[in-house]
Design a protein around this ligand. Structure first.
Ligand SMILES: *[C@@H]1O[C@H](CO)[C@@H](O)[C@H](O)[C@H]1NC(C)=O
Ligand SMILES: *[C@@H]1O[C@H](CO)[C@@H](O)[C@H](O)[C@H]1NC(C)=O
Ligand SMILES: *[C@@H]1O[C@H](CO)[C@@H](O)[C@H](O)[C@H]1NC(C)=O
Length: 485
């Protein structure tokens, strides 16, 4: 209402400033000379004439968009012009009066009504909103109000969602044969628009159509905005923590069973997921028509978190099972071996070509201070890629010199060099591996399963998050493109 009052006073001031040197008598005379026509009667001399009302919509602000009740609150005003055949005058006869504002309550005005309103279903414009008359009978009226409209919300891609909202206006009680509504612009006029912090206005559109359904054909003025939610804050406060939590959760499988912390860790993460979910769902629009992809993702992650707890319990039970009382069943044994080989989960088998010789090891070996036998300056110059060759050199040198290089160090260097070169013919390693392979204990079953779970769920969480982000962002771009018709 405050908006309307402000508007009315501005327009009144505007109207009076146009008046130059006319006297009050001129206006009074003009107004009293107008024929006394009832305000319910359309101001046309031949009643078969259709009154054409031209409208343009000026959006002032989007006050709020309640996506739960699907209500868009906004303020705006219309500029409506029509022709009054009874109120024409010659300015020269009235001291040059070119514009006059009679009492709006005594004049005919179209009952412009919002069809998709969520407030009172009543025509726009109060009686105090000024109305301006021009000498040729053109009447200009600026009804404005707080508009509360229904806007169907699609939150599938929350928080990267785009909403399209409309204001549909018609003239109450009139059909195409009496009052025709014409839309004079192809857009909503945004000269008085102030931005909104949560919603960014992407595009606007305006058009007229005629609808007839159980009533006479009625012209409608339709105004539409495309609103984009500003996603940064929600992405930071909702999406990022969920994603981080999801990844942190998977790491429960890397905690050693001996530590005794596993179960409390997984329960804690599950709980924080639950708490967080309540918070997130509270800030998410709860529409049953479409479920946000993010809510699905959240629910999935919560279920996964519960599954982790169960798997942890299982793994812990395996770990602490008495090997002598309950030997590992042969089926489980072969299953674990298959897992280890197929998914490379083995810690017992020799790692082929996987040992990396760290430069530090070599440097230490080649440091004359640690290793007085090796004083050849050529060996001290180490570069990547030559390490292995140098090491062989060291080994052969050491062998040849039969110096103080300790046996331990020698075998260490040889082992590393051999591993690096992919030397699989090391009989010691093979023997060790086959021994380990035969020896199947419950802790080993537990550890292998943990490794499998870690990889499997890590991949699952990664894939589901990447998919979700990809779908949302792809759709976001598509909607923006189609929204800006
Ligand atoms: C009113 O207009 C219609 C068509 O526009 C015409 O047929 C009719 O004669 C007019 N009536 C008068 C009284 O002028
Ligand atoms: C309404 O708009 C049409 C075209 O835009 C114009 O020809 C006509 O004069 C306007 N009518 C009034 C009453 O302003
Ligand atoms: C009448 O209403 C039905 C739905 O109830 C709609 O499909 C149809 O398009 C409407 N007809 C017109 C002319 O608007």
């Amino acid at each position: 209402m405050a908006v309307s009052v402000w508007l009315a006073s501005v327009l009144l001031a505007l109207g009076l400033s146009l008046v130059e040197s006319q006297t009050g008598e001129d206006f009074t005379k003009l107004l009293s000379d107008f024929p006394n026509i009832d305000s319910r009667v359309r101001p046309v001399k031949n009643y078969s004439t259709v009154s054409v009302v031209n409208v343009s919509f000026h959006l002032m602000a989007i006050l709020g968009f309640d996506t739960i009740t699907q209500k868009l609150s906004s303020t705006g005003w219309l500029q409506a012009t029509w022709s009054n055949e009874y109120t024409t005058w010659n300015p020269d006869h009235y001291g040059g009066v070119r514009s006059v504002s009679p009492n709006p309550a005594t004049m005919w005005r179209p009952k412009l009504t919002l069809k998709n309103t969520m407030a009172d279903l009543k025509p726009m414009g109060e009686d105090y909103i000024n109305l301006e008359l021009l000498p040729d009978g053109t009447t200009i009226w600026y009804p404005g109000d707080l508009l509360e409209t229904f806007c169907r919300v699609d939150v599938t891609y929350f928080p990267f969602d785009i909403q399209i909202c409309r204001w549909e206006m018609f003239v109450w009680g009139e059909g195409l044969d009496t009052v025709d509504l014409q839309v004079t612009t192809t857009d909503i006029i945004l000269d008085t628009y102030v931005g909104n912090g949560e919603w960014q206005l992407m595009a606007t559109q305006a058009w007229r159509d005629v609808r007839k359904n159980s009533t006479k054909p009625t012209p409608y003025a339709n105004y539409e905005v495309t609103l984009r939610r500003r996603p940064t804050l929600l992405a930071l406060t909702i999406m990022l923590p969920i994603t981080v939590l999801a990844f942190v959760n998977v790491f429960v499988f890397t905690i050693p069973s001996e530590s005794g912390e596993r179960l409390s860790y997984s329960i804690t993460v599950l709980l924080s997921f639950g708490v967080f979910m309540g918070f997130v769902l509270g800030s998410m629009p709860s529409s049953t028509e479409n479920i946000p992809i993010m809510a699905l993702n959240l629910a999935g992650l919560l279920v996964l978190s519960a599954i982790y707890v169960l798997l942890c319990i299982m793994s812990l039970r395996f770990f602490h099972r008495d090997h002598h009382k309950y030997p590992v069943p042969s089926v489980l044994k072969s299953f674990v071996v298959i897992l280890e080989t197929v998914f490379c989960l083995d810690q017992y088998l020799p790692k082929k070509n996987r040992v990396k010789v760290r430069q530090a090891d070599v440097s230490e070996l080649l440091d004359p201070a640690c290793n007085p036998a090796l004083v050849s300056p050529a060996l001290v110059d180490i570069r990547k890629g030559r390490i292995v060759r140098r090491m062989q050199l060291v080994v052969s040198n050491a062998d040849a010199m039969k110096s103080d290089v300790s046996d331990v160090m020698k075998s260490d260097v040889m082992g590393k060099a051999g591993a690096e070169l992919g030397d699989e013919d090391d009989p010691d390693k093979r023997e060790e591996a086959s021994k380990a392979k035969d020896e199947m204990s419950w802790p080993r079953v537990s550890r292998t399963l943990d490794r499998l779970f870690f990889r499997f769920f890590g991949f699952l969480v990664l894939a589901s998050n990447v998919t979700m982000f990809a779908v949302i962002i792809f759709n976001f771009r598509e909607t923006i493109r189609s929204g800006l018709r």
